[in-house]
Ligand binder design. Sequence first.
Ligand code: PEP
Ligand code: MG
Length: 819
Amino acid sequence: MLRLDSSSVRLGARASDKTDAIRQVGQLLVEAQFIEPGYVDSLLAREQVANTFLGNGIAIPHGVPKDRDLIKTTGVAVLQVPEGVEWNPGDRVNLVVGIAAKSDEHLQILGNLTDVLGDPAEAARLARTTNPEDIAARLSAGKQTPSQAAAAPLPEDPPRYFDTVITSPHGLHARPATALVDIAKGFQATLRARRGDRVADAKSLIALLNLGVASGASIRVMAEGPDADEALGALRAAIEQGLEEEEAAAPPVEAPSVEWQGLTLAGVAASPGMAAGPVWQYQRGKIVVAATARDPAAELVRLDRAIEAAKRELAELHQGVETKSGAGKAAIFKAHAELLEDRGLINATREAVRAEAFSAGHAWEQSYSRQAEALAAKSDAVLAGRAADLRDVGRQVLRLLAERIADAPKLPQTPVILLADDLSPSDTARLDPAYALGICTGAGGPTSHTAIIARSLDIPAVVGIGDSVLDIPDGTAVVLDGNSGTLVLEPTQADQSAARQVQADLAERREAERRACYRPAMMTDGTRIEVVANIAGPEEAAKAVEAGGEGVGLLRTEFLFLGRERAPTEDEQLAAYAQMIQALNGLPMIIRTLDIGGDKSVPYMAMPAEENPFLGERGIRLCLNRPELFRTQLRAIFRAAAGGPVRIMFPMISTLEELARAKALTEEVRRAVGAEPVEIGIMIEVPSAVMMAEELARQVDFFSVGSNDLTQYTLAVDRMHPLLSRQADGLHPAVLRMIERTVRAAEQAGKWVGVCGGIAADPLGVILLTGLGVRELSISIPSIAAVKAQIRGLDMARARGLAKRALACAGAAEVRRLR
Ligand code: PEP
Ligand code: MG
């Protein structure tokens, strides 16, 4: 391991300019017998072609590769310039880290530097310390030992701060830390969090994670700058609210416990349910990257592109999981995207590309692996587990920089129980539940994101069972008990039948629901509720019908526009709509016109950045401002409508004028295409539309309440907000009153109302909405059979009574307590 010796550290130096500083540090390298004197010119030559300023007052002069034969042995020297020296216009440097590297051993020092880079207070301490050991130890080890910390006085805390205790059940791990970083970034003030003698930039996720704050630990949050007080107020409120948004533990399940006879391996119950079948070892492919590259500038461009592409993929995963399972479960992908913003990580990679002529892939792999190792070394197991997040997101970028993927992972093509050392959230989110009967991992805990996502996909899972699972040969028959957290090896006949019994009981109810899924959802008094599907792509239409959907109540057409380089043409859209209409075989389909903007941005549309995208050019506003885009979609819809019953629905209507313009354009396109008229409806998702519902109802054929947005706009809670989104409960009486008003207005005009937001599949939501007079529920495909079964058991008088009581409640919690 390369160590920086304190004899190669010169404290209290002065430098007239950058060249002088480089010569001085070069002299230190010469004195330490690391280089021939000629290499000092090489250090200066490097400055002509590369910027060696890292940030936070640190620069790392190093020579050009062709002069490596002037290096006697790899080594590092540091010149401390407390008063600073100008490196580039506006960039002052206090620590000049001169590097003479024969191979890449010095990267360890660079890695430790990135740690300091994420920690301005630590950089400031090293810039002023009077003990060379401080610098030597910090750059050699990456973190202080307690005795070193005690010996080195920390810089004084600024006058504005508060002390608090982190009560999140698992400490400051990725999701709560992301929430803090999100808030901190909204302020200009310099914000730092201190735990004991370690201080982190509160705007850097990696730095915060590196603090290793476990549950119950106290931290000091400090601010300096113009809006320091506001920032501290916001951070304090967020911490006091608890920071967590997803229930950490697996939800309690009423599951029968089984006494297994076969050899059992005990792990942690992560997702309930039972699975029996052959195992299959999940292998990740090896990502092969080139070691070096000729053109650093081109590599830097590749790096930027890969990071941007990975961010787009994460946004899509976030959207997919959020649509299926809610914001809380999708939050991890937001945290992952935040890791890709980390300047320390990116700067270290860029530097390795420039300094070492490494390929972007090799440099990136080195940087994120080193950071992940530092996290993994934490004594707190939950925090150490966050190394997995960094590796996951690191691999996603690396895949985009790969030369090739050796032994690319095969996803199972027959139903299996997946075994793996660990599964990343993105691996898990991409699994097809039809082939993954169960998941068992050697590592991980019940709060791992893998566990959370397995629960949202309804896949039984056991985690943290130990590495021995990796030795089980493919095809071995096992039983996985996700209720107790057990893997049964060599299950006996009795075990097999016990497992089958539990599965059968569990499946019986679902099967009964499934068998009845094609029967209409008729309440006990004979009122019929239409249960239709929310879909996002062509292949889902057939699945909706199979699951008992009586049509499609919401086709989110924007998904046809995501993950592409340019907008789909009219013919491409026509083909997609026609495929769905054919699969629906006469059942109706409501096509919602493009709802882009807000959280759904499409890079190729060059949408200007907005302060408040949810209040900006979103949904119908975007289409009215880009009539050609709108016309193309409408033409495709009218051409497709010849093949089956289609309705058109406009999103985000907030005024009568918008509706009038949208209808006029639609009529113009219909005439041009020569198509028959179709029913036109609007989404009710903005309070102004509710207040004008009587007038709007006269202009349309139906309303569909977008309760996700109606909730965010009614309660003024951003549905994506990392902390507040859990308060955005669509069963809040304020939202229910909005829906009631909408239904009354529609009834007066003889029009019908559906609901296509998340509350339509919530068991209590189903009762309240039907009680309020909603006649169509549009929900995700997996919920269809259960919701239809629930409706068949519902009594209208009871539903009305409960709805009336809900409208009179004081808040969402009171509504949720209603029985
Ligand atoms: C809604 O807002 O409730 C809705 C269904 O639309 P989306 O979730 O696509 O915004
Ligand atoms: Mg909406």
